[in-house]
Design a binder for this molecule. Sequence first.
Ligand code: SAM
Length: 193
Amino acid sequence: MSKGILKNAVQISHMIVAEVVAKGDTVVDASCGRGKDTLFLANLVGENGRVYTFDIQEPAIESTRDLLLENGLLERVVLLQEDHRNISQYVNSGVKACMFNLGYLPGGDHNIKTEADSTLEALKGSLDILAQRGIITLVFYPGHPGGQIEMDLIRDYLSGLSQQDFEISEIRFINQTNDPPQVIIVEKLHGGI
Ligand SMILES: C[S@@+](CC[C@H](N)C(=O)[O-])C[C@H]1O[C@@H](n2cnc3c(N)ncnc32)[C@H](O)[C@@H]1O
């Protein structure tokens, strides 16, 4: 793990999201895992904001619920044990940030993980509901089985989007060993509300 100013991929995603999200905003955690990103988002949006949080696994939803309860922030979060491909069925347009922290549940079954095709579908759904000047962050784990394939598919798709409509960038630690996690950041420049 880097000890420099950027620290690691997850911290970079938090730095970017914190720049954009304000009190009262609606945001999404597309893969809540143990709930750290959801907790981070719940603090950012304040008591009048909303966090919609997705995960397909019950242990992830339960861990996230426990973490929110411990911190007194459960009321501002909608917990959904649901595939993130269905984001747009649950969340209306105007989303200020959507965080994807991909891979498997820490301390869980490593065979249950995000998959390239469904991540792409979920990304498309989240692009649709993103507010103008809203942000999507994706943290990839290219060192995990299937992680590189997932990252390549998403990068290929995003590379083809119009630069008039989206600003898309990636940050990676180019001198670290063992395929460190990487971040892609999408900002919607036009469209949305
Ligand atoms: C790396 S973890 C997320 C870490 C988490 N954000 C945190 O702060 O602890 C990835 C999560 O994605 C979930 N996941 C995998 N496929 C999914 C899908 N199709 N829809 C929603 N969640 C999914 C896994 O169950 C796992 O909990």
